[in-house]
Design a protein around this ligand. Structure first.
Ligand code: UDP
Ligand code: MG
Length: 330
């Protein structure tokens, strides 16, 4: 926590050739101004647009640049994981390469870190977001905080500073399905949050967050951190059984008392289709969990490296810590 905090930046990049040089310039300016020693770990997530060449160029010109390149696109979660494994600093800042995470905030993050915080979280407000999007996000966070075992905050993403022990904590979580918002919340430690104005994506850039992806990501969040949906399935099943039993008794009593022939055709069809649907939903819930178990059980690596200018020996100047940090990331 001395003022000579050594800082690592982890920057996942997927097809960012348009901006990565500009990003690097802005970032370097900020970092030199901070007066701390630093390294920047760029992770090329299998880009197809020459991002890797740009990173190789940056590394040739600037000795603080490290890069890793994946054999294909493995997703931002894997890219962040790789960056964190290779980062060697006392504090690590994760940020996007597309200039949506303003480098000017790093100074403030460092100041908070040096005051003793382990996680310094930059939270974007929703200025400029469509109203429906904002509403859906609010509803989602309300729901997930009721359900999940970890607390998630609206507007909080991956842009944050982590202390060494927070990074090491995260690296202990080896799961294949990585829902990083949940992982960050799970590790705990002293955290502080500050807000910044939302930076809109470049207009020519299509967000990877289509409605469908958001929906899937949302489901991931609900399922990754608890088994309540399974519980819920049990409760709904019990409730329905009770309703069906009650209904059967009612029909029986009515028939005994009045001797009427119940015209139950519509009820029957509705009950069959309704119950069939419910069973499918519950099977789906179970299937989701089994699918996760399946992926975890395979124990596949999160990514494969294609190219890097790092090796475990030249990871900054830090000797390997007890606990075998040298084996990480290979
Ligand atoms: N990214 C990545 N792998 C992917 C998709 C994205 O490493 O498969 C990186 C991307 O280069 C950027 C960051 O993750 O630095 C955020 O991506 P994007 O801007 O597309 O997402 P959004 O800002 O809409 O959340
Ligand atoms: Mg972006």
């Amino acid at each position: 926590m001395s003022p000579t905090t050594r800082l690592s930046l982890v920057v996942p990049c997927y097809n960012e050739v348009e901006v990565v040089n500009r990003f690097h310039e802005a970032l370097s300016r900020e970092l030199s101004a901070s007066g701390r020693p630093y390294e920047i770990v760029y992770v090329d997530d299998g880009s197809s647009d020459g991002t890797l060449d740009a990173l190789v160029g940056l590394a040739a010109a600037d000795e603080s640049v490290r890069y890793l390149s994946f054999s294909r696109n493995f997703g931002k979660e894997s890219a962040m994981l790789a960056g964190l494994r290779y980062a060697t600093g006392d504090a690590v800042v994760i940020m996007d390469a597309d200039l949506q995470h303003p480098p000017e905030l790093i100074g403030r993050m460092l100041a908070e870190y040096e005051r003793g915080f382990d996680q310094v979280i930059a939270r974007r407000n929703r200025t400029g977001d469509p109203a429906t999007r904002t509403f859906l996000a609010r509803a989602y966070y309300w729901l997930i905080n009721k359900w999940a075992d970890v607390e998630l905050t609206d507007g909080v993403g991956d842009f944050r500073l982590l202390s060494r022990r927070a990074v090491d904590g995260l690296l202990e979580l080896n799961e294949y399905n990585r829902f990083s918002k949940g992982l960050f919340a799970w590790i705990g430690f002293e955290s502080i949050l500050f807000e910044y104005d939302n930076v809109k994506a470049a207009p020519d850039r299509k967000s990877r967050w289509t409605f469908r992806r958001l929906l899937e990501y949302g489901l991931d969040g609900l399922l990754s951190f608890n088994n309540k949906p399974l519980r819920m399935a049990i409760y709904v099943g019990l409730l329905l059984t009770a309703v069906a039993a009650g209904y059967a008794i009612w029909v029986l009593v009515a028939a005994l008392l009045h001797g009427v022939d119940m015209p139950g055709y519509v009820t029957l069809i509705a009950a069959i289709t309704g119950l069939g649907g419910l069973q499918m939903v519950m099977l789906g819930v179970i299937g989701e969990y089994i699918g996760r178990i399946y992926y975890e059980a395979k124990k596949r690596p999160h990514y494969l490296l294609k190219q890097t200018n790092m090796n475990p020996v030249d990871r900054l100047d830090k000797p390997p810590a007890p606990g075998g940090r040298t084996t990480r990331g290979r």
